[in-house]
Design a protein around this ligand. Sequence first.
Ligand SMILES: [Zn+2]
Length: 330
Amino acid sequence: MLTARTETEPYVEAATARRGKAYVCRVCGAPVVFKPGRTRTAHFAHRPDSGCAQGALMSPAHLRAQEHLAAGLRARGLSVALEAPLPGAAGDRRIDVLVWPPDRSGARVAIEVQASDITVGVIEARTASYEQAGVAPLWLRLLDFGALKVVQTLPLRATVWIERYPARSWERWAHDHLGGRLWFLDSGADRLWRGLFVAAHRRRDRGLMKGGSGEPSTRAADWTAVDRWVDLELEGPFDLAGLKLRRGVAAGPDGRRRPCAWFVPPGEEQQSPPFEAPLRVRFEAERLGDSRHLEARLEGRWVPAASDGARSDWRTVRPAARSLLATPRR
Ligand SMILES: [Zn+2]
């Protein structure tokens, strides 16, 4: 964990803690050990047999992400509290990073750094308890992007394109119910990305069959929607320093409206959810089955969005954009 207290101070962050001082857990009151950071993020740890849940499941990447967010948001003049108590939350669960403008303490945002899997029931209940507390949540998917396979780009949109991303059910829930986007933090490069989920489909080729006049059909197939994956568009990478934090209300597919929060990249006008989807999948009937097309909305119309290979530095450099005029007609 990143915070503890002393006899006289109710809140101390590990980044400013000192060796030799006596620190205790803010939740259970047991003595904790201060671990200064050299290769890892400075933090506090319970003794092995403590039985306290606070900080028990925090990976080094999680601690680093919390610290990175706190430092970046403070540099923007925002107030930040780590491991903040959430009134009414079962099990004394703490908010990873609580943020608010210094002059508007009512406009609070809870940034939850999520690397592990949780059920839809858990994220729904957590979101409801934020709502009761007047806090807008921003669920941030922590992922080492080095683990992503077959990375492509969509040059028309200057974005990264990942087919068959195995989205967890909580990620889909957060995406669909809290504005239509999910923000990612690449734990290997400390960069932020805005993710858009596009329905994924599995194809069953009909290419080996012959058409009515005997010619082989190579493109057409039968397509079925798959729940295990989504196709993922990633916009970025963004540095935290360039992002603004906003809060608002989004309506989910269940018709409920919930508070939510999101980042606004530099140069973008301020929008409110639901954010429009700039990509869609369209099926076209062929002689045998259908063909599937990915399309992007550009300058008010839908155009074919061909994918291309990604450069090796895609995790740190935004892909080059290709203009609509330069796209060869197909
Ligand atoms: Zn404790």
